[in-house]
Design a protein around this ligand. Structure first.
Ligand SMILES: Cc1cc2nc3c(=O)[nH]c(=O)nc-3n(C[C@H](O)[C@H](O)[C@H](O)COP(=O)(O)OP(=O)(O)OC[C@H]3O[C@@H](n4cnc5c(N)ncnc54)[C@H](O)[C@@H]3O)c2cc1C
Length: 404
């Protein structure tokens, strides 16, 4: 490709990191964001980052992401990652045995530091875990991100590297020539490019219509986070070091700051393909922190208290936030060229792990941009990582098991 002009559509964590990566590879980049940087899920995320997955390619990819985020501090002057670890807990023997075999897969994929801890070893390291728990898997290099710093500092870097960012610039139409996009239009003007990258995640089915792209199965599902005030026997120092904990029934929590615990729990939800920006923050009846003891937040809190009894002594649920997952049938994203538009790359469908995927997504975008076509594998720190799990048009035969 002689000319190297790229338009990135969407200014969340994915779009910002993709723009930065392409600029470093020598592309001229314009990022078009419909509202403002961070207007989507990237500002509503739990921002956990883990390498404990059941898809080998994702384990390798998230190893790259952890390393990227650790070094990003030197580039932007802000620490964006807190490595408190991730602790998955199990209460019945058969799910514990499955967890032990996943740890073997993860170790084989290079995650040497993950450990499977049986009851007594688990309680020696984490004395606050209930005796009813049969075991847990722990990876100390997992943790959580400060998402506003990721997209905020990322956007600053994009500008510093010579990229153009336009906010309040929704892409509303596209001009095509045979099976290529020539330009896209926004209220702020028309933008020609050689390559277009869709980073609109939960909006992507709508973006595809505008761009003449393939309709991908991505469902926007509402997800909530609740915040609980620390109190009782878990002191400030213990609390600050707590990992992201996932209970046997999938409730997860982590320290948000010195005195507040963030907690989430997936629920049965229906797809909301036409959600509005305001809908992101709409809290349905039964999901607000002040909805009483039958409501989901109280139930989640009590469930977590069975796993970590000290959390049951906390002072109460004080706030609720929400946003959308862009969920795919197998919970893996689509990372590849759109079969209908030869110069359109889709980087969407992150299904609850797009914040952690950001650096890996950006690396794949760069490799695809350089190749101009889909790749069977990408080189990640000298190791080829196969792209099958993320290919557009794949059969959804292997679903990611580690979904929260
Ligand atoms: C409650 C909750 C908890 C989560 N927990 C985690 C977690 O622990 N770890 C993790 O990794 N992930 C988590 N996620 C998922 C993660 O937040 C998302 O996958 C990630 O933020 C997606 O980033 P993105 O940049 O791809 O999309 P977004 O941040 O949603 O950005 C998409 C952008 O596209 C813009 N846009 C839309 N249409 C157009 C258009 N036509 N033209 C131009 N711009 C457009 C939007 O305005 C938006 O800013 C969670 C999400 C939620 C809601």
């Amino acid at each position: 490709m002689g000319s190297r002009r790229a338009v990135v559509i969407g200014g969340g964590i994915s779009g910002v990191l993709v723009a930065r990566e392409l600029l470093l590879a020598g592309w001229q980049v314009t990022l078009l964001e419909a509202a403002h940087i961070g207007a989507g899920s990237s500002s509503r995320t739990a921002a956990g980052i883990r390498q404990q997955f059941s898809t080998e390619e994702t384990v390798r990819g998230m190893r790259y992401s952890v390393d990227f985020y650790r070094h990003f501090a030197a580039e932007v002057g802000e620490v964006v990652l807190q490595q408190n670890g991730y602790l998955f807990l199990y209460q019945d023997q058969s799910s514990w045995e499955s967890a032990i075999s996943r740890v073997k897969l993860q170790k084989a994929a290079g995650l040497s530091e993950v450990v499977a801890l049986e009851n007594s070893a688990l309680r020696a390291q984490f004395p606050w875990v209930s005796e009813a728990i049969v075991g847990g898997t722990f990876c100390p290099t997992d943790g959580f991100l400060f998402p506003a710093l990721v997209y905020g500092e990322g956007a600053r870097r994009v500008r510093e590297l010579g990229g153009q960012i336009l906010q309040s610039a929704p892409v509303t139409s596209a001009v095509h020539q045979s099976d290529r996009i020539v330009s896209v239009s926004t209220p702020k003007g028309r933008f020609e490019a050689d390559l277009f990258l869709d980073c609109t995640n939960a909006w992507s089915p709508r973006t595809a219509k505008v761009l003449g792209g393939t309709e991908l199965p991505i469902s926007p599902f509402k997800r909530y986070l609740w915040f609980i005030e620390r109190d009782g026997p878990i002191d400030r120092e213990t609390f600050a070091k707590m990992p992201l904990i996932v209970s046997p029934s999938g409730v997860y929590c982590r320290p948000e700051n010195a005195n507040s615990l963030m907690m989430g729990w997936a629920h049965e939800a229906t797809s909301e393909p036409d959600f509005s920006y305001d809908d992101q923050d709409t809290i349905a009846p039964g999901f607000a922190h002040n909805s009483g003891t039958d409501a989901m937040p109280f139930q989640a809190w009590m469930n977590m208290a069975e796993t970590v009894p000290g959390i049951g002594e906390f002072a109460g649920v004080t706030a609720t936030t929400s946003g959308y997952y862009g969920t795919t049938p197998d919970h893996n994203p689509f990372l590849g060229f759109d079969p209908r538009q030869r110069n359109l790359v889709r980087l969407v469908g992150f299904s609850g792990h797009g914040a952690m995927f950001g650096p890996f997504t950006a690396l794949i975008a760069r490799r695809l941009a350089e190749a101009g076509t889909d790749l069977t594998s990408v080189d990640v720190d000298g190791t080829p990582v196969r792209m099958d799990a993320f290919r557009i048009g794949r059969e959804f035969s292997h679903a990611e098991a580690m979904v929260i």
